[in-house]
Design a protein around this ligand. Sequence first.
Ligand SMILES: Nc1ncnc2c1ncn2[C@@H]1O[C@H](COP(=O)(O)OP(=O)(O)OP(=O)(O)O)[C@@H](O)[C@H]1O
Ligand SMILES: [Mg+2]
Length: 100
Amino acid sequence: MKYTPSSGKIEVAGGYRGHSVYIRVTDNGSGISEEDLPHVFERFYRGDKARSRAEGGTGLGLSIAKWIVEEHGGSIQLDSQPDHGTRVEVLFPRSKRAEP
Ligand SMILES: Nc1ncnc2c1ncn2[C@@H]1O[C@H](COP(=O)(O)OP(=O)(O)OP(=O)(O)O)[C@@H](O)[C@H]1O
Ligand SMILES: [Mg+2]
């Protein structure tokens, strides 16, 4: 929400894929520059310093998300295009116990 204008769109989707469960969040906001992209999962890293300072934040969101996901045996992947948007996908292994 912080990186997408109020006129923009954020889509949340989820479902099963093979032996995994996915959760996908797609926005059509600012996107992430090529320069920032390799660093966004680092603790306290914030892209585009001037703008991100005005918007507030700690630079911890994605690193905490990655940590939680990996502690649950999952993975997180981020794709982004500057000025077009960002897609984050989280994959978790399906629990054997939850299967019928
Ligand atoms: N959906 C997004 N669209 C564009 N840029 C993003 C997006 N998510 C993260 N970023 C970029 O990646 C950087 C790191 O993101 P992260 O979520 O870790 O921290 P943050 O959003 O700055 O602060 P917070 O701790 O409040 O989440 C951000 O500063 C921003 O530049
Ligand atoms: Mg964040």
